[in-house]
Design a protein around this ligand. Structure first.
Ligand code: ZN
Ligand code: ZN
Length: 131
């Protein structure tokens, strides 16, 4: 089944030809600041662009941080690592318009979670990266 995704303004549109492999939530300050804490892991071969790939901007952080953060250059919607060349990569779950058929499996970097955010599911919690 096809799962559609898009940004807030509609310039970016894509499809996932298969459901993502899983969903996770990262509470590190970097994911939080770009607004992409809950993500799904997708296989690159299942990602099909429909529109707006050229509008996507990739923010490449200074080392030691390595993950490029992508967002719509028109409206700023965070898109995770959607331009990654890796076989699998995370994209922001909030960009999906259909049910991805997976549910949150874990919370990582819970040690960095702000107190105002309460975890409300039963998924496993890790203080840092899952071991
Ligand atoms: Zn947009
Ligand atoms: Zn993170």
């Amino acid at each position: 089944m096809t799962i559609h995704g898009s940004c807030c303004c509609g310039r970016v549109k894509f499809e996932l030809l298969e459901p993502p492999r899983m969903m996770g939530t990262c509470h590190c300050s970097r994911c939080r600041k770009v607004g992409a804490s809950t993500f799904v892991i997708v296989s690159r071969s299942t990602l099909k662009w429909l529109n707006g790939r050229e509008a996507v901007i990739r923010y490449a952080p200074e080392p030691p941080y390595k993950y490029g953060r992508c967002f719509c250059g028109v409206c700023g919607t965070a898109l995770g690592e959607i331009l990654s060349e890796d076989e699998t990569f995370p994209i922001a779950a909030h960009a999906l318009d259909d049910d991805p058929q997976v549910r949150n499996r874990f919370h990582e970097f819970v040690a960095e979670k702000p107190d105002w955010y309460g975890i409300c599911d039963e998924a496993k919690q890790f203080p840092g990266h899952p071991g």
